[in-house]
Design a protein around this ligand. Structure first.
Ligand SMILES: Cc1ncc(COP(=O)(O)O)c(C=O)c1O
Length: 392
């Protein structure tokens, strides 16, 4: 099969920019009256915990399998953290979680990994019984639903990242399901720099071009990296998304006007449909031939990416990149201090999960191509053990 290019993230093109504004209502949380938008989800998490009074202290129960930016934000807000363990099925042990909740925590953070729901009925009940606030981290779960309800509508509060699922230059949403929260009004009014919006938007346009015409995309990408270096030399500051870190100087920034305009123009049902189709196609191509987290694709789930399991992430990612597949090393180990507090199952996930793109820009032919490249990788040795508990 001819070499192809599959960018890690969905690209931006004239199709989206010139699309008419959607006639119908925007999906949750974009139409929610008790919501605020910001530059990135991490800063909204920070403001949420500040507004909830965690600056005076208080404990949040947080899963040991996490990105790191949400943890930085919670700590920056002044809260302390206790960890609960996540299994290979990406679910907590509910008895263990309940025992932790009884030890005086004020809030619980639930992360919906790759768009797949956490058991919200059980966790919601637990939080109500223990008088604990429930915060849903939907950074990886925009447009996903469970039992016909959007993720992010189960907890007291929820935070979303927009730019992971959609081709927008930046943006996050914080939604309150308990009415407006004092202290959050007026958030996100500060504007981020034009250079960062233009740079990131150009990246998204290059992603689109690379996926359609790889040679042209590479040439534009090269020109863009030269321009980026020139801006750095000229000390033009740019705020970044998609990185690891927490910069208090960005905490009050809003989503850019371009993000706001684009949000009115996407076909959200189509985005979810294509992501689900791509997940199912790749799953079929790899079933019995490669290892992956075979999570149930329940109705309404909008998968963010396909979690392939590989023996050595860095080597597998390099091999796939060299063949044009934008694989991402998902949540590598943070540092030794965190490792000591992380359960064996979360360490397994950090060591072996590689993120494969199944977003709305990926075609069926590209899925076939990606499956071929994956099958050329070294398989995960049987002794690593892959038993995955399945929840309904
Ligand atoms: C689970 C989770 N929560 C929160 C965040 C923060 O998102 P953002 O990059 O929008 O700040 C991320 C990613 O960084 C994440 O993966």
């Amino acid at each position: 099969m001819k070499a192809m290019c599959l960018p890690a993230w969905p690209g931006l093109g004239l199709r989206e920019v010139l699309a008419p504004r959607a006639a119908g209502p925007l999906p949750f949380p974009l139409r929610s009256p008790d919501s605020v938008r910001g530059f990135a989800a991490r800063y909204l998490i920070y403001h949420l915990f500040r507004a909830l009074g965690f600056g005076e202290g208080g404990t949040v129960v947080v899963p040991d399998y996490h990105h790191g930016n949400e943890v930085r934000a919670i700590r920056a807000a002044g809260a302390s953290i206790v960890w609960y363990r996540i299994g290979r099925d990406l679910l907590p042990d509910l008895d263990e979680l309940d025992a932790l909740c009884r030890q005086g925590a004020r809030a619980l953070l639930a992360i919906h990994y790759f768009g797949r729901p956490q058991p919200m009925d059980e966790i919601g009940r637990m939080c109500r019984e223990r008088g604990i606030l429930l915060v849903e981290d939907c950074a990886l779960a925009l447009l996903s639903e469970a039992g016909g309800r959007p993720l992010g509508s189960f907890g007291d509060y929820a935070v979303f990242c927009l730019y992971k699922t959609l081709p927008v230059p930046n943006g996050g949403v914080l939604v309150s399901n308990r009415g407006a929260l004092e202290g959050l009004a007026g958030l996100g009014r500060e504007r981020c720099g034009l250079a960062s919006v233009a740079g990131r938007s150009l990246d998204l346009a290059i992603e689109r071009a690379r996926s359609r015409i790889p040679i042209a995309g590479r040439a534009v990408g090269f020109a863009k990296s030269v321009a980026g270096r020139a801006l750095s030399l000229a000390r033009v500051s740019r705020q970044t998304v998609g990185d690891s870190g927490f910069d208090l100087a960005c905490a009050d920034l809003g989503a850019s006007p371009l993000t706001e305009a684009l949000l009115e123009r996407f076909d959200y049902d189509e985005i979810r449909r294509i992501r689900r189709r791509n997940w199912a196609l790749l799953r079929d191509r790899l079933a019995g031939r490669a290892s992956f987290l075979d999570l149930p694709l329940g109705e309404g789930i909008c998968p963010l990416f396909f979690p392939l399991l590989v023996p050595e992430k860095a080597a597998a990612a390099r091999a796939l990149w060299s063949r044009g597949v934008g694989a991402v090393e998902f949540w590598n180990r943070e540092d030794r201090r965190s490792d000591a507090q992380t359960g064996a199952e979360a360490l397994f996930l950090r060591d072996h999960v590689l993120e494969l793109p199944i977003h709305q820009d990926i075609s069926e032919t590209q899925i076939d191509y990606m499956a071929e490249q994956v099958l050329r990788l070294a398989p995960l040795p049987a002794k690593v053990g892959l038993a995955v508990r399945h929840a309904s």
